[in-house]
Write a new protein. Structure first.
Length: 170
């Protein structure tokens, strides 16, 4: 899918579609574990049954302990500043991700082009790369079992700093 596109509009047409979203990266709320699911009403009601609430309706899915109060306050503050999100997404999609992908291509590092907030890269030795760069990353395996690094993309300034660090190593 191209950057900025979404399957959310297809939820009404595709009855078995689930679109999951978080408020982590884009909304600036990582580690607060706030997100939601878009799907047909019967699918959401089925999820309520899995959660142990067979009589729950779409309007009352959340239980009393699902989201901590700090996360709720942070989410409300983030929702009050939608311009921040628009600016971040524009910077991410139009500047930061292209800068990282251009650098990786120039450096000969194999990667999967992405419309997500990360790029999956194949460095010759991902563990050695992580240690040499002194950047904490979680090595991941792709579908074939090949070890790579899932590199999150932040602001352009953060991406430029990452590129400068990678340039010294590669």
């Amino acid at each position: 899918m191209p950057p900025g596109s979404s399957m959310a509009a297809e939820v009404g047409r595709l009855r078995n579609l689930f679109v999951t979203r978080t408020f982590s990266k884009t909304w600036g709320l990582p580690s607060l574990r706030i997100g939601y699911i878009l799907s047909a009403e019967e699918n959401i009601n089925a999820l309520c049954c899995v959660r142990g609430r067979p009589r729950a309706t779409v309007a009352r899915v959340r239980g009393p302990y699902d989201i901590n109060q700090l996360a709720v306050v942070a989410l409300r503050a983030a929702l009050d500043d939608p311009q921040y999100v628009s600016d971040f997404v524009a910077e991410h999609n139009n500047k930061a991700r292209p800068a990282l992908e251009d650098f990786l291509a120039e450096a000969g590092v194999a990667f999967w082009p992405s419309a997500a907030n990360y790029v999956f890269c194949y460095f010759p030795d991902p563990t050695a790369t992580e240690k040499a760069l002194r950047i904490l990353v979680r090595p991941k395996k792709d579908a074939s079992g090949t070890l790579g690094l899932r590199v999150s993309i932040g602001t352009l300034a953060q991406t430029e700093r990452l590129i400068a660090t990678l340039r010294r190593f590669l």
